[in-house]
Design a protein around this ligand. Structure first.
Ligand code: AMP
Length: 375
């Protein structure tokens, strides 16, 4: 600190990250040129992020371990929305961004839907199911078929069941463990989109364009940016993101998953963190989502979200493709998360950048042909 009480330019910010997966690793990598050091809390001793920062090995609900991690840090953040909000709240005296209120919303599908609806953001018809007696009334709201989702703990399509009739719905709810859940109407969407946006500590905002996503078996397979949508839809996406950022007094990068229903956007869920559908920003935006998140939470100016062409991102699920073969594709960028191969596991991704759609499609086809997914 100088005599005005502001940090000296020599002081290197230290960011404590709850979670140490590939998102943490890429946050850490983005911090290096900025002189930002990162440290992580993760239950796995060989967490992906341990390659770029120190690691405290403990569960994310271990408040003592989180306090050790946060000791002396400039700011605490998270790279997983499952981080218990209570862990963050127990770190009093240490700045934490985004505010744990965003975790409360993201961790409860009912609160999430209610937040969207309160802000005038379209959502699927939905109703809570707390007991077996609620099933009938919930289906009266959603219609059939419907999707049952546990309120907490579901991800990548887990904790969900599609149901076609009342008896099936009762059985499916019991199968989900009879835990608090919601029923949701099935949305007849043309494609899945997402938007990533950032808000700084001064309230400044920046939105990346809408991204097109393709999922398989609940896991994101590919993203394409920008989405091929009308400018009015881009505006609608931005408006949704800005409403959420303001309402949650959010600081950092926020991701929102949306359904495109013939031009109308319907919100599905939000992730209060950097997001898989934003990995393309590393090579194809002026500022990557990872640098943007660090800028936001450290109180620095947000960076430009201009694109450097069109981009496609392909997740490597299960194992990586042949490195040399990927690198032979023009403007293809391989990211290896340093994880052991395992069916269904995200072990890396490839981003391809191109000046136009046709070139992008041709390059992406070459990358797809190299995929050896076993997930
Ligand atoms: P989620 O865990 O909510 O992201 O759901 C996983 C995937 O299931 C989504 O990416 C969609 O492909 C599909 N899905 C979820 N909710 C709905 C819905 N209400 N209508 C149709 N498809 C859905």
């Amino acid at each position: 600190m100088d005599h005005h009480g502001s940090p000296s330019p020599d002081a290197r910010p230290e960011v404590a990250v709850l979670g140490g997966g590939q998102l943490g690793r890429m946050l850490g990598i983005a911090g290096i040129p900025l002189g930002v050091t990162t440290r992580f809390l993760d239950p796995s001793p060989d967490a992906s992020a341990s390659a770029v920062g120190s690691l405290v090995v403990a569960r994310l609900d271990d408040v003592d371990a989180a306090r050790r991690l946060a000791q002396g840090a400039t700011v605490v953040t998270y790279e997983w929305e499952g981080v218990p909000a209570d862990t963050v709240r127990a770190l009093d005296g240490c700045a934490a961004h985004p505010d744990p209120r965003a975790l409360d919303v993201a961790q409860d599908r009912l609160a999430e839907k209610q937040t969207f609806a309160r802000l005038g953001i379209p959502v699927a018809p939905h109703a809570p199911i707390d007991t077996v007696d609620d099933v009938e009334a919930a289906l009266a709201v959603t219609g059939l078929p419907a999707i049952l989702k546990t309120r907490r703990g579901g991800y990548d399509g887990k904790g969900q069941a599609r149901v076609d009739d009342f008896d099936g719905a009762r059985a499916a709810w019991l199968d989900l463990g009879g835990v608090p859940a919601i029923a949701e109407g099935v949305v007849d969407f043309r494609r899945e989109l997402s938007i990533l946006a950032a808000r700084g500590t001064d309230g400044a905002t920046a939105c990346y364009p809408l991204v097109e996503n393709r999922h398989e078996r609940g896991i994101l397979r590919t993203s394409r940016a920008p989405a091929r949508v009308a400018e009015s839809q881009q505006d609608e996406g931005r408006s949704i993101a800005l409403r959420l950022l303001a309402d949650l007094e959010y600081v950092g990068v926020l991701a929102i998953e949306l359904f495109d229903c013939d031009g109308q956007l319907v919100a599905n869920e939000l992730a209060p963190r950097v997001h898989n559908s934003g990995h393309w920003t590393i090579e194809a935006a002026e500022t990557s989502q990872f640098e943007q998140h660090l800028r936001a939470i450290l109180g620095w100016p947000l960076g430009s979200v201009e694109l450097r062409g069109c981009a496609g991102m392909v997740n490597c699920i299960g194992r990586l493709p042949d490195r040399a073969a990927v690198l032979r594709v023009p403007n293809a960028h391989l990211h290896d998360y340093g994880k052991a191969p395992r069916p269904g596991r995200k072990v890396g991704h490839v981003t391809v950048v191109a000046p136009d759609d046709d070139t992008l499609e041709e390059r992406l086809a070459r990358v797809h042909a190299l995929q050896q997914d076993d997930g």
